[in-house]
Design a protein around this ligand. Structure first.
Ligand code: SF4
Length: 188
């Protein structure tokens, strides 16, 4: 199903029990941000703090992400951020494919409703979620960084998940360069 109203869809997400991930969540975490975004960011899944407060990327990863975006002049007004699945997997595991497939209708609707210029897929899980929508099979994120793909008039950029940057800060320059490349394209 594709939803035609974001607010209506978000109230459905908050009460959603379509997959097993609803069993342990405190809050389903809906996307937030600009309703006419230049940049649409997709993460993996809510973590502990997101599950607690219902806000995507509100922990350490989110802080790093927001700082890097601000440093490359992509302001809060220009982006929308969401996750491949809207409920926290137990023990911060990667979401299972079954949950990703079920939850994908929400992600697909967000993209169709907001029609962003650029989609940035943060990490392998979000690339997989995106492939369920675009029908394109992408490679591993580390081989995909620096590439871009056109889909229905939207540019797709693979990017490290900020948690992967926090695990290895040597990735920070590459991470920032992807955002610089996006900025260059948006400002041309
Ligand atoms: S992860 Fe998605 S499909 Fe599963 S319960 Fe949460 S909102 Fe529903």
């Amino acid at each position: 199903m594709v939803y035609d109203d974001l607010e209506n869809m978000n109230s459905i997400i908050r009460n959603c029990t379509k997959c097993i991930l609803h069993e342990n969540r405190k809050n389903a975490v809906c996307g937030i941000g600009s309703l006419a975004p230049e940049v649409f960011l997709i993460g993996e899944a809510p973590g502990r703090s997101e599950d607690e407060n219902g806000i995507p990327f509100s922990g350490r990863s989110g802080n790093l992400l927001r700082k890097s975006l601000a440093d490359t002049s992509i302001t809060e007004h220009a982006f929308y951020i969401t996750n491949s699945v809207k409920c926290r997997p137990p023990n911060n595991e990667k979401p299972k494919r079954e949950s990703m497939k079920i939850c994908n209708e929400y992600l697909k609707s967000e993209i169709q409703l907001l029609r962003p210029k650029v989609i940035i897929a943060l990490g392998n899980t979000s690339l997989t979620a995106l492939s369920l929508i675009t029908g394109t099979k992408y490679g591993n994120i580390s081989e995909m960084i620096g590439k871009k793909f056109e889909w229905n008039g939207t540019l797709i950029f693979p990017q490290f998940h900020p948690a992967a940057v926090l695990r290895n800060m040597k990735r920070l320059d590459i991470f920032n360069n992807v955002f610089l490349e996006v900025t260059k394209i948006l400002r041309n």
